[in-house]
Design a protein around this ligand. Structure first.
Ligand SMILES: Nc1ncnc2c1ncn2[C@@H]1O[C@H](COP(=O)(O)OP(=O)(O)OP(=O)(O)O)[C@@H](O)[C@H]1O
Length: 717
């Protein structure tokens, strides 16, 4: 801890030499006065009071007054330089910490939770601020006062000073014995605080899921345990700290007794004058007071040690994706992208991409498709160099991404994520994002291309409308379109899109797809999507399966191959949606391909299509809850849902279902509790079939019940 503290202070103080010297001179004057004032008593008593020498009295008094004036001046200058020094130091530390965080690669934000980092910024930096601005300089002053004072005490009467010093050893042995435990207690409290902050953060960010899955009790139980542990650990820390404070006080009382007893004896033996004893006693009190102050500072310093350690830990965290020593800038032209035998996995986890290779020609529109979890988004993240591959390489215009400067890479690339983050500023500021080279005309053009201009203009404050709660005041589609607008505005030469149209209604999706089509040629576009209808015009479609690219080609080529792409296409085909996405239909042939309806007569299927009802769900909405009574069967016409199950004490995602998938078929036959929860992870349109309507149908066609029962039994085997 001490080492980290010294290293950090040296690092930050190196550029503040003048202020340091000024501060050192000021405190030296103050210390000089603090020890000289008690020493003057020796001369006052022995040379002025006892012989009643008025001249000597006036001389000593005048010197004391002059010294006091100097002391006041030094005090004021010390306070000023200290305020400036500590302010600058903290300014540097905050800036460095924040800048350092911006340079981190993605794994950093996975490793540290939001609560943990904010605690380091708030609580730890406040502790450091207190130490730099008060505890440390005060401690330094008191420490030097003690040393100089002790030297003077020795020069006054070495035997008495030795006795006092021996007694003083008690002051240091006691705290030393407890220091380790006090440090551990302080660290565990900080960790418990970070855990609790993490839970608060989780409960705020995930409130929809928590409510939806009725996890409040679970969360409350977790929070109660953390609060209880905060109490227990806090109590232990307080006890340790108060013990650390009490030990020096007790030691001081013992020393006092030694001094009066032994000092008195020396006076009786004529080995010490009264003036010397008074000076010794007063100086000792002054030194004792400094020691007493130091004893209060010890717990503070220990606590700050943990804070220094925690802040330093972040500062020493080197980005996993580091900039090359001599990075190269890439020109702003459309570029070709290559992945050569790339293998990659997150942190120490298994390989997610396995020897994946691909080539995307400059100016083309490429799409990554494949089942959920096959590695499409991961591949896109590698193209952005959010991570480096374990093996193989990713290149742009034959240049390894590791060689390219991050600035030029980000300038050439436009990225639209599935999760849009908006800042709490106006719409205009969210689109422009501080880029002074862009004009309002460009901004409006980009907003029009993203199909957002009309919506913005319909708001009373137009482009000056403030965004609240990071965009929670807007719909998912509006947030997504704003994010597309701000990316298009920058006219990137490579445009990477991760499920960007998933939150949009069919009409807006078609508009955005048209805009993207027009960018082809000048911009290389890579789009990750699970909705195949949006990429039928792509130049190249890469089909991922289990971390590998298993098929490549155009839509027509892939359809003719009868492979995974065709299978996925057939699953998604046969659904039609109204332009606003509020009404869905499925055609008879598609319905007949759902296993439980397989082999049914056309007439029956036709009847079934009339019984289907459209249901729409916003992202985060719980469609069904594990354990609830089930009375409907669902088909996903458009959207994406996650399947979650309570496994032991953990609520885990077990699958993701998308366009064309179905769930809840048992509910058509039996009234048994749902075996999993289903939550929409993007705006989702479902076709549902109620059990009572289905059973009514089976009354007229008993053979239907038999077919469905047989299929369900087979599926459950
Ligand atoms: N940050 C991460 N840390 C650890 N594992 C991750 C991380 N991100 C993704 N994964 C895992 O990597 C695998 C591939 O995920 P990825 O998001 O690339 O798949 P995907 O094909 O895009 O699927 P989806 O369409 O559902 O997003 C999954 O098993 C996922 O759980």
């Amino acid at each position: 801890m001490t080492l980290i503290f010294i290293r950090m202070m040296r690092h930050y103080l190196a550029s503040q030499k003048l202020l340091c010297v000024l501060f050192a001179v000021s405190i030296l004057i103050e210390i000089g006065y603090a020890v000289a004032a008690p020493l003057s008593l020796k001369y006052l008593v022995d040379f002025a009071f006892v012989p009643k020498d008025a001249q000597m009295f006036i001389l000593i008094l005048s010197l004391l007054i002059i010294g006091s004036l100097f002391n006041i001046g030094a005090g004021a200058s010390g306070d000023y330089t200290l305020a400036k020094l500590s302010g600058r130091l903290l300014h540097m530390l905050r800036t460095e910490l924040f800048t350092h965080m911006q340079k981190q690669s993605l794994d950093f934000f996975v490793r540290y939770r939001v609560g943990d980092i904010t605690t380091r910024f708030n609580s730890d930096l406040s502790t450091i601020e207190r130490v730099i601005g008060a505890t440390f300089p005060f401690g330094l002053k008191e420490g030097v006062t003690v040393i100089v004072g002790l030297c003077l005490l020795f020069s006054l009467e070495w035997r008495l000073a030795l006795a006092v010093l021996l007694g003083s050893s008690l002051l240091f042995i006691g705290p030393r014995l407890l220091q380790q435990r006090a440090e551990t207690a302080s660290r565990t409290v900080k960790e418990a605080e970070a855990d609790f902050a993490g839970t608060i953060d989780e409960s705020l960010k995930g409130h929809k899921t928590i409510k939806g899955l009725h996890l409040q009790d679970l969360l409350l139980e977790k929070a109660n345990m953390q609060i209880q542990s905060l109490f227990t650990l806090g109590l232990r820390k307080s006890i340790m700290n108060s013990l650390m404070e009490r030990i020096p006080m007790t030691a001081l009382m013992v020393i006092n007794a030694i001094m009066i007893g032994f000092g008195g004896w020396l006076i009786f033996q004529d080995k010490l004058s009264i003036g010397e004893f008074v000076a010794f006693f007063t100086l000792f009190l002054s030194v004792g007071q400094s020691v007493f102050h130091l004893s209060f500072l010890i717990p503070n310093i220990i606590e700050s040690g943990v804070s220094f350690e925690r802040v330093n830990q972040v500062l020493e965290d080197r980005p996993a994706v580091a900039e090359a020593d001599h990075p190269v800038d890439i020109p702003s032209i459309s570029s070709h992208i290559r992945m050569d035998e790339v293998t990659f996995g997150y942190a120490d986890g298994p390989d997610i991409l396995k020897h994946a290779s691909l080539y995307i020609p400059a100016g083309s529109f490429a799409a990554f498709v494949g089942p959920s979890g096959s590695g499409k988004s991961t591949a896109l993240q590698l193209l952005q160099r959010f991570y480096d591959p374990r093996q193989g390489r990713v290149t742009i215009d034959d240049l390894d991404l590791k060689q390219i400067s991050e600035k030029s890479l980000r300038e050439q690339m436009g990225i639209v994520f599935q999760d849009t983050f908006l800042f709490n500023v106006t719409v205009k500021e969210n689109i422009m994002l501080g880029n002074r080279n862009l004009t309002e005309v460009d901004m409006v053009a980009a907003a029009k291309a993203a199909n957002m201009h009309e919506t913005i203009m319909s708001w009373p404050q137009g482009y000056d409308t403030p965004i609240l709660q990071e965009g929670a005041s807007l719909s998912g589609g509006q947030r997504q379109r704003l994010s597309i607008a701000r990316t298009l505005l920058r006219k990137p030469s490579i445009l990477l899109l991760d499920e960007v149209t998933s939150a949009l209604d069919p009409a807006t999706e078609a508009d955005i797809n048209r805009t993207l089509e027009q960018l082809k040629g000048n911009t290389t576009i890579v789009s990750v999507t699970h909705r195949l209808s949006s990429i039928v015009h792509a130049d190249l479609i890469f089909v991922y399966e289990d971390g590998q690219v298993v098929e490549v080609g155009s839509h027509e080529e892939l359809l003719s191959r009868e492979g995974l792409y065709r299978e996925m296409w057939e699953k998604q085909a046969g659904f039609s949606l109204s332009q606003d996405g509020l009404h869905a239909r499925v055609d008879v042939n598609r319905l007949g391909k759902i296993p439980i309806f397989e082999g049914m007569a056309q007439e029956l299927l036709l009847h079934l299509t009339t019984l289907l009802t459209t249901e729409t769900y916003e992202r985060g909405h719980t469609i069904m809850r594990e354990g609830d009574e089930g009375d409907k069967f669902y088909i996903i016409a458009r959207g994406s849902v996650e399947v979650r199950k309570q496994l032991l004490d953990e609520n885990r995602r077990v699958a993701v279902l998308q366009d064309g998938d179905h769930f809840g078929e048992i509910a058509l036959l039996k009234n048994i509790p749902r075996t999993a929860s289903i939550i929409a992870i993007e705006p989702t349109v479902l076709l549902s079939l109620r059990r009572e309507w289905f059973l009514e149908l089976t009354a007229s066609y008993p053979q239907l019940l038999e077919v469905v029962e047989r299929t369900i039994v087979n599926r459950m085997k």
